[in-house]
Design a protein around this ligand. Structure first.
Ligand SMILES: Cc1cc2nc3c(=O)[nH]c(=O)nc-3n(C[C@H](O)[C@H](O)[C@H](O)COP(=O)(O)OP(=O)(O)OC[C@H]3O[C@@H](n4cnc5c(N)ncnc54)[C@H](O)[C@@H]3O)c2cc1C
Ligand code: FES
Length: 253
């Protein structure tokens, strides 16, 4: 039964590793069975010596190679950072639902490492010829991954783009660009604020949530959040039902 719930487990070979910003690293893996990944889906990586796999959003998917962009936090990410080209790693995925792409003028909001799935979404929207603008916020210019195609940049210290939090510019972006949908990933406060702006302006929002995960396949229920549906509040798992939810459905605490 449990096996049925796991979409795919495979050994993958590290095919590329690069530092893309002061504290973010890109690792690309070559899988046995190339698969199509939706933006917003994630993979879960077994890190040597640790019981729980670590989840990472897919950042790129080219010719069967899956890339993630990550920041070093603790033991798991330290292990991933230690990997070299040719090393084998154990990954599960793709997991979760991913963003539901709509044929609508799209505003993409990414903050920090949350720009990874949003950047991947931009690639998908561009491929489909859907009009979009990608706005991203970072602490400073050293944190901006060098390869990202970002239309508007905001840094807290003003070292690149406009100065200040991207949240200070949400109203301006919406009024100027008049999006029909907003997709976002980043810290909780960014997701919550984007969802609130969506409600205020009557614009649909899709938010990619993050929760500490154990099984990552919807079994342990360690990652549930409250969601409003049909006038009721119910639990949904971030790993399987999400990580992407409609901003208007999430019960923001
Ligand atoms: C759906 C999803 C997508 C993510 N995408 C990315 C990404 O693209 N790039 C990136 O750098 N990070 C991403 N993260 C966060 C990433 O999973 C954590 O940074 C990583 O698990 C930390 O592991 P660690 O052993 O290095 O640190 P730890 O020492 O274990 O913890 C450091 C911090 O990370 C958090 N954390 C630890 N384990 C998990 C876990 N299993 N799930 C979530 N958070 C955890 C802890 O609360 C703590 O604040 C994502 C998380 C989720 C849930
Ligand atoms: S992590 Fe187990 S249900 Fe989500």
């Amino acid at each position: 039964m449990l096996k049925d719930k796991i979409k795919k487990i495979y050994k993958a070979k590290v095919s590329n590793f690069e530092q893309l910003a002061k504290s973010s690293y890109f690792i690309e893996i070559e899988t046995d069975n190339p698969i199509n990944v939706k933006a917003g889906q994630f993979i879960s990586v077994y890190c040597e010596g640790l019981t729980l796999r670590r989840p990472f959003s897919v950042f790129s998917n080219n010719n069967g190679k899956i890339g993630i962009l990550f920041k070093e936090k603790g033991k798991g990410t330290k292990y991933i950072k230690s990997l070299k080209k040719g090393d084998l790693i154990d990954v599960t995925g793709p997991l979760g639902n991913g963003f539901e792409i709509m044929e609508k003028r799209s505003l993409l909001i990414g903050a920090g490492i949350g720009t990874a799935p949003v950047s991947f979404l931009k690639t998908k929207l561009d491929e489909k010829g859907i009009e979009n603008i990608f706005a991203a916020g970072f602490l400073n210019k050293d944190e901006i991954p060098c390869c990202m195609k970002i239309d508007r940049i905001y840094t807290d210290d003003g070292s690149e783009g406009e100065k200040g939090s991207i949240l200070n510019y949400l109203g301006i972006l919406i009024n100027e660009y008049k999006p029909e949908i907003i997709y976002t990933c980043g810290p909780f406060i960014v997701l919550k604020t984007v969802a609130q702006f969506g409600e205020m302006y009557g614009i649909e929002t899709q938010v990619a949530m993050e929760k500490v995960m154990a099984c990552a396949i919807g079994v342990c229920r360690g990652c549930v959040i409250d969601v409003k549906q049909n006038g009721r509040i119910i639990n949904k798992t971030v790993c399987k039902d999400g990580p992407v939810f409609k901003g208007s459905e999430v019960v923001w605490q």
